[in-house]
Design a protein around this ligand. Structure first.
Ligand code: BG6
Length: 484
């Protein structure tokens, strides 16, 4: 990391995201020595009028679990919290931002060394409706000090708009104030260990190179399930629905990494160039290749309208129109209140031609990458059943991280991504043209849902989702394999 003063400003400091994700991620970076106390200053900014200590108390409980806190944990927490100052102000008035700038500058002056610089990272843990005004205030009143050099960067969270037009409008507004190289659009799925592993797996292993195409792969599934509903977030969720909440961003980003061509190099722009090409090659979604669902009881939430048409489940087939993937369905599936919590990528290979073992009905070869829980990747393959008989059975080559990398702590997605923002590495962030292409894919379908032209099917909480989704999978050629 560069030398000099680093100020991290968390806007929306008293909100849920800041408490649950941003501050804990900063704490972990601090503990591991990435945020050195003599250089870093952390500020919380929000409208609520509270003191530094009140903010610290609010954050405290989220940093380490009370049960497992060792004396070292307690000491680290105390020291970390001392780094945090709080400034209150509105999101559209200059007064608060002038004050914030003064606080930041004072620290830069008092602590800066001769070769120091003024580095300012603004983390917008805020609803997108205030992004434009907050960005304007930062641009006008809180930029890094030009006499010291350094940089100003802003980090924004989804939802970036609700459809293509609103997203473009937001991008234009922010784009007038900051260069693309200063804007970090977080999609936390890009910070997950096994998502970050995808490029290595695909491009550093001879095994996969010749097989990763339409000649060998029958279909690809990218699945997200949660075993709880919208609990406490009904108001937010109902405005967006599962496609905007999970599929258009998290699952589509994973799809890009599974489907993209090899980048020229690992430079962020080269990687993002290839991702954009995949998105731009996705064909319009067909009406009969979508299933929507809404779990029974969803509208009981008082913040959800009684006749809500918002899907809490969706299976969507995407088709990539290029030489590698023509004819291979990419099945994106996400749901709340299902039977399990899991996120995985399932690559199903074609049947072996000329099946002399008559093992076809045992299932196909599959390569599964489990993002969570319990990170793992495994290959389902057919082997001889051990013993005297010549029969076959489905088995696995299994790389479960818990076993293979015992004692290795896998960092939280937010931890990695925040570190990237400090280092200035945009590889794992969504570029403006990626965002646009992602909205282009889903906007027609989303408008049809918003207009009530397509309705979600009911499903039981704790189930697999509507049965129609399984039927769609079968229709596009997915074959359930046995075993694992
Ligand atoms: C968020 C969604 O982006 O991702 C939530 O808004 C969802 O609805 C969450 O619960 C899932 O994240 P993870 O890391 O737990 O899979």
């Amino acid at each position: 990391l560069e030398n000099g003063s680093l100020s991290i400003i968390v806007l929306g400091a008293s909100g849920d995201l800041a408490k649950k994700k941003t501050f804990p991620a900063l704490f972990n970076l601090y503990r591991q020595g990435f945020l050195l106390p003599e250089e870093v200053h952390i500020f919380g900014y929000a409208r609520t009028k509270i003191s530094d200590d009140e903010l610290r108390n609010r954050i405290h409980g989220y940093l380490v679990s009370d049960k497992g806190a060792s004396p070292k944990d307690v000491e680290d927490v105390t020291n970390f919290l001392q780094l945090i100052k709080y400034v209150s102000g509105s999101y559209d008035g200059e007064e608060g931002f002038r004050l914030l700038d003064k606080e930041i500058s004072d620290n830069e002056i008092s602590k800066n060394s001769a070769e120091g610089s003024s580095r300012r990272l603004f983390y917008l843990a805020l609803p997108p409706s205030v992004y434009p005004s907050v960005c304007r205030m930062i641009r006008h009143y809180c930029m890094n000090r030009s006499d010291l050099g350094g940089w100003t960067r802003i980090v924004v969270e989804k939802p970036f708009g609700k459809d293509l037009d609103s997203a473009e409008q937001l991008s234009n507004q922010i784009g007038e104030l900051f260069e693309e190289s200063q804007i970090y659009r977080i999609d936390h799925y890009l910070g997950k260990e096994l998502v970050q592993n995808l490029l290595v797996l695909r491009f550093a292993n001879r095994f996969f190179l010749p097989l990763w195409n339409r000649d060998n792969i029958e279909n690809v599934q990218i699945v997200f399930r949660e075993d709880f509903g919208t609990e406490g977030r009904g108001g937010y969720f109902d405005e967006y629905g599962i496609i905007r909440d999970i599929i258009q961003n998290h699952l589509l980003q994973v799809l890009c990494l599974v489907a993209m061509e090899k980048p020229i190099s690992l430079k962020p722009e080269h990687i993002r160039d290839e991702k954009v090409k995949v998105l731009q090659s996705v064909m319009p979604i067909k009406d009969d290749e979508v299933v929507l669902g809404q779990y029974d009881g969803y509208t009981d939430d008082p913040t959800v309208p009684d006749h809500s048409n918002t899907p809490t489940f969706s299976t969507v087939i995407l088709r990539i129109h290029n030489e590698r993937w023509e004819g291979v369905p990419f099945i994106l599936k996400a749901g709340k209140a299902l039977n399990s919590r899991k996120a995985e990528i399932r690559v199903q290979f074609k049947d072996v031609p000329g099946d002399i073992f008559k093992c076809k009905k045992q299932g196909r070869n599959e390569f599964v990458i489990r993002l969570q829980p319990s990170e793992a990747m495994y290959m389902k393959l057919t082997v001889k059943q051990p013993g005297l008989e010549m029969s076959t059975v489905q088995s696995e080559l299994d790389l479960s991280y818990g076993q293979r990398y015992q004692g290795v702590t896998i960092p939280e997605a937010y931890e990695r991504l925040i570190l990237d923002t400090i280092r200035g590495d945009q590889q794992h962030f969504v570029r403006r043209d990626e965002l646009k292409a992602a909205w282009e894919i889903f906007t027609p379908l989303l408008h049809r849902i918003d207009n009530g032209e397509v309705k979600p099917l009911p499903y039981q909480p704790g189930s697999r989702g509507p049965a129609e989704a399984d039927a769609l999978l079968e229709k596009v050629g997915y074959v359930q394999t046995h075993g694992y």
